[in-house]
Design a protein around this ligand. Structure first.
Ligand SMILES: *Cc1c(COP(=O)(O)O)cnc(C)c1O
Length: 391
């Protein structure tokens, strides 16, 4: 039996894909601190501060604001499993991969799902949600994706929120890629349930899923007629661990908790407005550079922190990504589903969103594409991006 396995020695990457994003040295150092028991008073105090920090980044006063164990998908499933009872009618906007995943989860939890679709790369038309609500007046929940990471599209939420509430439905929002990067206001926009992840805009490692529920959503959950089908994700159980009851539910990972806490602390230190501005400014520079290279954006309404562009004619998609990784240590995202082989997704989220990284990825792309015989104007991308940074 082999017993001499190599020591871990992961390469230093620059993570410019759809997540995970770069984890700062501060967060990695926080993770290496001593493990505490999940009921240690010191850890419970960190959880209380984590809740306050989460309320701050979600811009909410929601009491039911916690970090679920698991990745963004666990956040999605927590919301769906707790809000949906078998037979409930649910409307879900689908214009990309993650809206479709929400449909799949809602169906598994027994919902009768009405899809409101838009082509990949577009956003959901609020009027189409309005028509679906008129067609299905018993709808309990309207679910939409704020930042559709598979297409880079940025979905406005306020109009959909008003329509959902006028029809007596709750609004469920996927903010996995928007939280910590893009303007998101749970209370002002009357979002009833929202989930995110630790590894994109918050620049911590994957493993925790922030979720938040409005008082109305919490009431709805309390009044369920049937038990939540998932024991692990049942908020009536998990919330007793986060509340002053402190009832054991699962062994929370204190080290992952430290990472999220430190990531959130960095967001609060920078300030939410400053952070949004940083992502917008870097997006403008990256966009100017990518367009100077001749690359075109897929969505009309692009997210600042996730830039989906078409793979240009003459470029070998897997080879470009392989060379970025091997020669420059840069990871970018490939296209998903109908965009496989047709899109590159360049993320500048949280700690990855720096001037250095924007200039680096533009220079690397120019060099690789030039080698492949794609006509790229020499120096134009960096000149364009530098011009934006200087302005
Ligand atoms: C990444 C992502 C998810 C899934 O999150 P995981 O952490 O991979 O489980 C869900 N929705 C959106 C919009 C995402 O970008």
């Amino acid at each position: 039996m082999k017993t001499d396995y190599p020591e871990l020695n992961p390469a230093e990457r620059i993570l410019l894909g759809p997540g995970p994003s770069d984890v700062s040295a501060r967060v990695l150092a926080a993770m290496a601190k001593p493990t505490l028991g999940h009921l240690d008073p010191e850890y419970l105090a960190i959880m209380d501060d984590t809740r306050r920090l989460l309320q701050h980044v979600f811009r909410t006063t929601n009491e039911l604001t916690i970090a679920m164990p698991g990745t963004g998908s666990a956040g999605m499933e927590t919301c769906v499993a707790n809000l949906v009872e078998p037979g409930d009618e649910v409307i879900i906007g689908v214009c990309g991969y993650f809206g479709a995943r929400m449909v799949e989860m809602a169906e598994r939890h027994g919902a009768a799902v009405h899809r409101v679709e838009a082509p990949w790369g577009e956003i959901i038309d609020p009027a189409a949600i309005g028509r679906a609500l008129a067609d299905h007046p018993a709808t309990k929940v309207v679910g939409v994706v704020h930042a559709e990471t598979s297409t880079g599209a940025h979905q406005p939420l306020e109009e959909i929120s008003a329509l959902a509430h006028a029809a007596g439905a709750l609004l469920l929002v996927d903010a996995v890629t928007s939280l910590g990067c893009v303007e998101l206001r749970l209370d002002d926009w009357a979002i009833d349930a929202c989930y995110s992840c630790s590894q994109k805009g918050l620049s911590s490692p994957p493993g925790l899923a922030p979720v938040s529920f409005s008082p109305m959503a919490a009431e709805r959950i309390k009044g369920r007629k049937s038990r939540v089908r998932s024991w692990y994700l049942d908020l009536s159980l998990v919330s007793r661990y986060w509340s002053s009851d402190r009832v054991y539910h699962h062994t929370a990972s204190s080290n992952l908790g430290y990472a999220l806490y430190e990531g959130l602390r960095m967001v609060a230190e920078e300030g939410l407005d400053a952070r949004q501005t940083r992502h917008l400014d870097h997006h403008r520079a990256l966009r100017a550079g990518l367009e100077a290279l001749g690359l075109s954006y897929i969505p009309e309404r692009s997210l600042p922190n996730l830039n989906a562009v078409r793979v240009p004619d003459g470029a070998d998609d897997p080879d470009v990504r392989k060379r970025l990784l091997n020669e420059y240590g840069i990871e970018i995202g490939a296209g998903l589903g109908p965009f496989a082989g047709k899109a590159w997704r360049i993320g500048i989220m949280g700690s990855s969103c720096t001037q250095r990284n924007v200039i680096l990825v533009l220079g690397a792309l120019e060099s690789i594409l030039g080698d492949m015989g794609v006509a790229v104007p020499k120096g134009a991308a960096i000149t364009a991006a530098s011009g934006v940074f200087a302005s």
